[in-house]
Ligand binder design. Structure first.
Ligand SMILES: [Zn+2]
Length: 164
């Protein structure tokens, strides 16, 4: 009984909006990635936030200009469709993930976005963002906690957590 009471008083469930957010991963050419990073730095926002803004703006624009100009709508719709298509067609295996240890810039960016590391037992296997070691199901590893809903899952292995 006391346990039930305790869990009721425990952490509040995530906000409705937060739980609805979905993670979309995509691969981009290297030069587009550096453009995105530069733009994100200029705007002082994380890259994922910048991409979210661009996507939201594109689709907002598609909706808002319908009355103004059908040509513009066509162009913007085409651009938005291209973004959606390239996201959908993104292949996971065309470029292997490079861990931060080996100079992987994406890995470093992911690590920088992590607010805290939580000690957990793995269910869905992955790889350590720092050294690339396999993080296996049933093993103990550290999952990156972030306030950024666009972030993919980030793992750190036991060796790398000690080296932090
Ligand atoms: Zn590691």
């Amino acid at each position: 009984m006391a346990g039930t009471e305790k869990s009721r008083r425990g952490r509040k469930p995530a906000a409705e909006d937060e739980r609805k957010d979905k993670v979309i991963q995509t691969r981009v050419p290297r030069d587009l990635e550096s453009s995105l990073k530069e733009a994100a730095e200029r705007e002082r926002v994380p890259v994922s936030q910048l991409i979210r803004n661009v996507l939201e703006d594109s689709f907002d624009l598609v909706e808002s200009v319908v009355a103004d100009s059908s040509q513009l709508v066509e162009n913007v719709t085409r651009d938005a469709r291209r973004i959606a298509e390239s996201a959908a067609g993104a292949r996971k295996d065309d470029e292997p993930f490079v861990p931060a240890d080996q100079g992987g810039e994406q890995a470093r960016t992911l690590m920088e976005a992590v607010d805290a590391w939580q000690d957990v037992i793995v269910n869905k296997p992955g790889h350590c963002v720092q050294c690339g070691a396999a993080v296996k199901r049933g093993s103990r590893a550290f999952r990156g906690l972030t306030t950024d809903p666009g972030m993919p899952v980030v793992w750190l292995c036991g060796d790398c957590i000690e080296a932090l």
